[in-house]
Design a protein around this ligand. Structure first.
Ligand code: ADP
Length: 466
């Protein structure tokens, strides 16, 4: 199969969240299995800074740069006016106001490459709203190429004023209630949902949740009309990047057999974060997160006093909305030495937190898949999660199922439910004999891409033959 994989962020070139991890690893797994895969993304400043040895390619008026690695060709869309900026989507003041131009240009480039590069994709795998116009542009070219549109987070909808229709070269025929129109605006996400051959999202549970008013963010109605073409495929983990046995960022490498190494990682993390030295004797809860409403950071803040009083410490690494940046910073001021807040994006530190923490908290209001709970398992760091989306699909509560459980799970998005979950976790931590055997067991669980890549491959075949 020839697969063109389009994602606005891809590890190691550009990342703001989990989509980048997925786009960095799924194509590699597909290539390992013998598929011909090309990955296409904008030539951002972050890619430029990597100083890769790149080959130019011109198709019509579109300029590309290509780069080969691990059997994959990465295709970068060049347009400095749009992509040579400090961030991917926006700055402190908000989203870049010309995002509709930046990502319609990206979508046009994807179509140009698909039709005229000589690669001839059987399927284009699109990811999130930034790629949502691709099926419209394909339609305008009468192209029969099949598309799978994966939704990694339905709250990000690519909404713009309808007056931009002309600027993005979308004919008015597409502007109606069963088209790109969305409450008198246009939505790139909705275009992807309506005009793609099929739609998927990143866990079974989230694929069901987005059909409801509670989680659908206004798209549930339109998604229901496509429910037969909607799939849920869980993300996998790239254990080349996320395994304490070969993690270059952590103080001491360790595995299930050498779990004692974890304590050196905890010491290192305590030193790096300004937590009190006696934290080594206390349960330490790690958090790594985009700081957005979705992630339930406010619940954590409300619960912090009880959590600290119960004997635990907290380390937060995150950045995002100013409101939550401040909540986290204030929390560290309120509990000096017991709560550490690092308001930044720092991949090395993310690895240190996975390795050095005893617990990993994800009190999310919703979570399409979530990756850190899966990374945490491999690092022997017990996940404490809210039962939503991919968190619900991947974590089984240890009290409900002591033999197969792999974390602590709570139902309600309330501070009290979170506190209760943390206390249940601490009680397990204090039973030192069973604690380590539980950690060794969860470290052996396998969430690699293999299984999920097979689901994608089968789905691609089904769509190609449709
Ligand atoms: P989402 O995609 O909603 O942000 P996921 O759990 O799917 O959430 O993926 C988050 C990814 O981003 C993980 O790889 C996580 O380690 C990383 N990440 C999030 N915030 C930061 C940060 N401040 N510094 C470093 N890595 C981060």
């Amino acid at each position: 199969m020839n697969i063109l994989f389009a994602s606005p962020e891809v590890v190691p070139f550009a990342k703001t969240g989990g989509l980048a991890d997925v786009a960095g690893s799924l194509p590699k797994e597909l290539a390992r299995e013998g598929q011909a895969v090309k990955v296409i993304l904008p030539f951002y400043k972050s890619v430029k800074n990597l100083d890769l040895s790149l080959k130019p390619k011109k198709i019509g008026s579109f300029a590309f740069l290509t780069y080969e690695d691990s059997g994959i060709e990465y295709v970068f869309v060049v347009n400095d006016k749009y992509y040579d900026r400090d961030a991917l989507y926006g700055d402190k003041t908000g989203d870049y106001p010309d995002n509709y131009l930046r990502f319609s240009y990206y979508a046009k480039s994807i179509v140009e490459f698909a039709l005229h590069s000589g690669f001839k994709p059987d399927i284009i795998h699109l990811n999130d709203w930034q790629t949502g116009l691709v099926p419209i542009y394909l339609k305008m070219e009468n192209s029969p190429i099949k598309t799978l549109f994966t939704i990694h987070n339905i709250a990000y909808q690519g909404l713009f004023k309808n007056s931009v229709l002309k600027d993005i070269s979308v004919p008015r025929d597409f502007y109606h209630i069963n088209g790109i129109e969305y409450y008198n605006k246009i939505s790139f996400l909705k275009a992807g949902i309506i005009y793609s051959t099929a739609i998927s999202t990143v866990s079974k549970k989230y694929s069901e949740e987005i059909l409801t008013t509670e989680f659908g963010c206004g798209m549930d109605g339109i998604l229901k009309t496509r429910a037969h073409d909607l799939y849920g495929i869980l993300n996998g983990v790239d254990y080349k990047d996320w395994d304490p046995r070969n993690d270059k960022y952590i103080a001491e490498k360790y595995g299930p057999e050498t779990i004692g190494g974890k304590v050196f990682c905890k010491k290192d993390l305590i030193n790096a974060s300004g937590l009190l030295e006696d934290t080594i004797e206390r349960p330490l809860i790690g958090v790594i997160s985009r700081l957005a409403e979705q992630k339930g950071i406010d619940l954590l803040a409300e619960a912090a006093r009880d959590i600290v009083n119960a004997g635990a410490s907290i380390i937060i690494l995150g950045t995002g909305d100013e409101k939550y940046n401040k909540i986290c910073a204030d929390l560290a001021d309120e509990f000096p030495g017991r709560v550490a807040s690092l308001i930044k994006f720092d991949n090395a530190l993310a690895h240190k937190i996975e390795a050095g923490s005893d617990f990993f908290a994800m009190p999310s209001r919703y979570e399409p898949c979530g990756l850190n709970q899966l990374y945490s398992l491999r690092y022997g760091t017990l996940p404490i999660v809210r039962a939503t989306g991919g968190l619900d699909d991947t974590i089984t509560d240890l009290y409900a199922d002591p033999e197969n459980g792999n974390g602590i799970k709570f139902q309600d998005a309330t501070k009290d439910a979170l506190i209760e979950a943390v206390k249940r976790g601490i009680a397990l931590y204090q039973k030192r004999d069973t604690w380590h055997s539980t950690l060794r067991r969860i470290m052996g669980l396998d969430y690699s891409w293999q299984r999920s890549a097979t689901f994608y491959r089968e789905l691609y075949s089904k769509l190609i033959n449709k």
